[in-house]
Design a protein around this ligand. Structure first.
Ligand code: ZN
Length: 417
């Protein structure tokens, strides 16, 4: 009898393992992440998009991104420092349906904007259209056109007869429909959109409203002596899946860093941000979508900053007080539009360029002095690979790690001494 029971259990185990394998095969069971590509030099490129590990969805998203990138590289290089900026929204509407939008801005002499959205149902393996989401679209059609005419008076009547609802996003309050300007024949090159409150619609799918449990953190205080040799490590362009590894190392050596985050990615990595604060790191603002700031109007610049402030506050309860300008570029004009403290660096690891731990160490170690701010990036693996050596070596040289706020505070104290 015991033998039989054993066999029976064994069979259950085998079935479980088989199920697990099938799950791995079907879904990949991988981790979601946001991919970030930042390039500067002859042009400015900043691309952020989600990777879900659902291959049909990822293929559609990445092939769209590649197509936009290739098109940019082929068609805009005659302009002085053209800029490509792709930002995203990511929303799980319920357990099965994911909605992703990719918003492209190309700045080359003048600006062009484009949007593309993807709505994917994991259960059926299908991309969904508006007809799958909203009931009685025919009835809605009239109201949408009327609202469009009211909002955009230059909208062309011919266009309105052909209007299609290919691009939409859904958040907790609104269904937002987007129209590419070229399709609307509008003069303005801004994206045209309409917000429709969800509670005024008959929805064909259930939307899970996100729970907002807010947590509040205070910066941890460190014991630093007045004349300790101090250094602040800073990490730009994250968070990403590599950030956790950096946090592991900082924790292991009782060190800390300041993470200048891209606001667009904060919601996706809110747990990583909470960990940063809990373990005594600081969060700074690195704009919302990583645009070249000097081309922005006052309002656009303020939006880039404020949206990130709001995202970080919403995710962690912490309000950043530091700002790192994208591509390290800014003018005095921009400084007057915000109370945030602009923070640059004096030691550049060039990690994204050299892609190698030894070279990163060579760029950092000989150049760090008391009070240095070191620039690294946590959107790729190179800094994550090098961080343990960097921290260990600096510690051996007698450095104390501080956040940028602590560094500025201590510098001020020393100056007034
Ligand atoms: Zn950056």
């Amino acid at each position: 009898m015991p033998n039989q029971a054993y066999n029976y259990l064994g069979e259950i185990m085998a079935k479980k393992i088989l199920l697990l394998l099938i799950c791995l095969l079907v879904t990949g069971c991988g981790e979601k992440e946001i991919k970030t590509t930042i390039e500067s030099g002859d042009n400015y490129v900043s691309i952020n998009y989600p990777v879900t590990n659902i291959s049909a969805l990822d293929d559609a998203v990445s092939s769209y991104v590649n197509q936009v990138y290739t098109n940019f590289k082929n068609n805009y290089q005659d302009y002085h420092k053209p800029e490509l900026n792709i930002s995203y929204t990511y929303k799980e509407l319920n357990d099965s349906v994911i909605n992703i939008s990719l918003s492209t801005e190309i700045n080359a002499g003048n600006k062009t904007n484009k949007i593309k959205t993807f709505t994917y149902d994991k259960k059926t393996g299908k991309f969904l259209t508006m007809e799958d989401i909203v009931k009685d679209l025919d009835v809605l059609d009239y109201d949408i056109k009327k609202a469009l005419l009211e909002k955009y008076q230059e909208a062309d009547m011919d266009f309105l007869t052909n209007v299609s609802y290919d691009y939409f996003t859904i958040d907790d309050e609104n269904l937002t429909i987007y129209f590419n300007p070229t399709e609307l024949k509008a003069d303005k090159n801004e994206l045209i959109y309409l917000d429709i409150p969800l509670n005024s619609l008959k929805m064909l799918i259930d939307i899970d409203k996100s729970k907002s449990d807010e947590t509040y953190f205070q910066l941890k205080k460190r014991n630093i002596s007045f004349d300790d040799k101090i250094v602040a490590l800073t990490f730009d362009d994250g968070p990403s899946k590599y950030t956790e590894k950096i946090l592991d190392v900082l924790k292991k050596y009782d060190a800390c860093g300041t993470f200048f985050v891209i606001g667009n990615k904060v919601d996706f990595y809110d747990e990583t941000l909470n960990r940063m604060l809990k373990e005594g790191n600081e969060i700074g603002n690195h704009s919302y979508s990583h645009k070249w700031l000097n081309r922005l109007s006052e309002q656009e610049f303020k939006d880039e900053l404020n949206k990130t402030q709001t995202e970080v506050k919403k995710a962690t309860g912490f309000t950043p007080r530091l700002f790192r300008p994208t591509y390290g570029g800014y003018s005095d004009r921009l400084k007057q539009y915000t109370d945030l403290i602009f923070v640059l660096w004096d030691v550049d690891s060039s990690d994204w360029k050299v892609k190698n731990t030894d070279k990163i160490l060579k760029n950092v170690l000989p150049n760090v002095k008391d009070g240095s701010i070191v620039l690294m990036h946590d959107n790729h693996k190179y800094a994550a690979d090098a961080i343990e050596e960097v921290v260990k070596s600096l510690k051996e040289k007698g450095y104390q790690f501080v956040t940028v706020s602590e560094l500025l505070e201590l510098k001020e104290l020393r100056e007034n001494d």
